[in-house]
Each structure stands twice: as structure tokens, then as C-alpha cells.
Design a protein around this ligand. Structure first.
Ligand SMILES: [Zn+2]
Ligand SMILES: [Zn+2]
Length: 275
């Protein structure tokens, strides 16, 4: 039998644990700051979000373009001369809600959004894997490569959002994060350019990081048969026309083929949002 004092201590601990639980269940939403309880209508509430923010997430659940995963008809993929990636998938649509959340995260330093957006990307990864396994059986990726930002952007923000998102997927999938790309130069604001200018401009923006890729290939050869195609996953925050990720895929392909000309390679792309 525990003594009365010990019982009081245990009771006190139980009460403060309950109080902490009640406080956390009425915590502020990490996006809109409104207090929220654990009961939300609509979808099952996502940890850290109130029910109205949870219900506002524009998940992409149905796709029409098999290449870029767009939910509607897709002229960009039809017009592209060479597509260096097999398929691209995104977690959500780039609507007003996601534009605002990404702005909070990228420009206004709301770092609490990082794990949340990371979870979005991980759910897109799970869906991509399920989709691929339905068609090709038990296939897997071997590494995650983040789309790099320029040194100027990194200085400005203090981080590369694609790198943080890549890290969430890498941990979730148990894959190495390989910094196999560099941004050769800084580009102006993409949104002010025409489609053709954008494609031309983007083509020369990235290069494979030869030493990193060579080291990765050497490591791979020590544990995997070279007859198995190397499947890599490129990660970025937003997919617009696909010119950025296509340029990245081209740069990785060129660099890897320079090291190992007969390499069998498949590149896939995962982005948080699809505009
Ligand atoms: Zn909210
Ligand atoms: Zn498409």
C-alpha cells in the first residue's frame, strides 16, 4: 500500500498531466493562431491545425496528366521537347491557402510550419510509392536530391525550403539525402517572365555536383547490382510548368552519365504544391 503522501504526489502528477493535456488540446493553430480544441468537423484534424485550416487543405487526390500529376488537362507536358523525369507528383494544389502558408514559412519565418509541410510531402511520397508499386511491383528509390536555391536566396531566408522538405521525406522513407545539384547562378523573379524565356533561362541554371554524385555512385556500386535502375527523387516546394525540375533532372542525368555512361537511371519528382 503506498503512503498517503505518496498517493497525494501521484494524484498531483495525474492532475497536472491532465491540465497539460487540456491546455495542449486547446492550443493555438500554428497557421491562423486561433485557439482550437481536439474536436473538428470535416476531415480528421491534423496535429497543430484548427479544423477550418485542416478543411482548407487542397489535397490532390485525382490526377489527369500521368507525367506531372496535374489534376486537369496539361499543355505544358505536351509542349516540352524532352522530359528528363519519369513522373512528378505533388501533395496539394497551389491555391490561395497554400500560397499564404508557404509565404508564412518562406518569407515570414514561421518555422513551425516546416514539420507540417514536411508531413504533406511525406503523404505525397506514400501515394507515389503506392502508385508505382501497383504498376511496377516492389520498386524503391535510392536517394533524395533537393532542388537548390541560390546562395543569395539562402542568405536572405537562412534556409532552403526544398532542403528542409527533402529532409522530411528522406527521414520518412529511410533514404540518404544527396546534395547532388548546385544552382549555377541566381535568376530573376520567374513569375515576370514569359514561358519561353523561363525555359531558356532555367536550362542553364543548374549543374550536377560531380564529386557528390561520384561518391554516391561509388557507394551504391558497393551494395547494389548495377543492373538495377537507379531511381532518384528530386524534391522542390512548387511545381509550375515543370521547367525548373526538368532542368534539374537534365543536370543530374548529364552529370551521372558523365561518371557512368551506361547507367540505367529513372528520375522522379515530388513537390509540395502544384500550381
Ligand atoms: Zn487555423
Ligand atoms: Zn503534365
Amino acid at each position: 500500500m503506498p503512503s498517503w503522501n505518496a498517493m497525494r504526489l501521484m494524484l498531483g502528477q495525474a492532475i497536472s498531466a491532465t491540465a497539460a493535456w487540456l491546455a495542449s488540446s486547446a492550443a493555438a493553430c500554428i497557421v491562423c493562431g486561433r485557439a482550437h480544441g481536439s474536436h473538428g468537423g470535416g476531415q480528421r484534424a491534423i496535429t497543430g491545425l484548427c479544423s477550418s485550416c485542416t478543411n482548407a487543405i487542397p489535397w490532390i487526390t485525382r490526377i489527369r496528366c500521368a507525367i506531372c500529376g496535374r489534376p486537369e488537362a496539361c499543355p505544358d507536358c505536351m509542349r516540352r521537347d524532352v522530359t528528363f523525369f519519369t513522373a512528378s507528383r505533388s501533395a496539394v494544389r497551389y491555391d490561395e491557402t497554400i500560397r499564404e502558408w508557404l509565404a508564412q514559412y518562406k518569407y515570414r519565418g514561421n518555422e513551425r510550419l516546416a514539420p507540417l509541410l514536411g508531413r504533406f510531402l511525406c503523404s505525397a511520397y506514400d501515394r507515389l510509392i503506392r502508385e508505382l508499386r501497383q504498376t511496377y511491383g516492389d520498386i524503391r528509390f535510392e536517394a533524395v536530391i533537393p532542388v537548390p536555391v541560390s546562395a543569395e536566396r539562402r542568405m536572405e531566408r537562412g534556409f532552403n525550403q526544398a532542403e528542409q522538405l527533402s529532409a522530411s521525406v528522406a527521414v520518412h522513407a529511410g533514404l540518404p539525402l544527396v546534395h547532388g545539384l548546385v544552382r549555377v547562378r541566381h535568376s530573376g523573379k520567374q513569375s515576370y517572365k514569359s514561358r519561353i524565356d523561363r525555359i531558356q533561362d532555367t536550362k542553364t541554371l543548374f549543374a550536377g555536383e560531380a564529386s557528390v554524385l561520384e561518391q554516391f555512385l561509388r557507394y551504391r556500386l558497393s551494395c547494389t547490382s548495377s543492373s538495377i535502375p537507379l531511381r532518384l527523387l528530386l524534391v522542390d516546394d512548387i511545381y509550375t510548368t515543370g521547367s525548373t525540375v526538368n532542368a534539374c533532372a537534365e543536370a543530374v542525368t548529364t552529370a551521372l552519365r558523365r561518371i557512368e555512361p551506361s547507367l540505367s537511371l529513372e528520375l522522379y519528382v515530388l513537390t509540395l504544391a502544384r500550381s
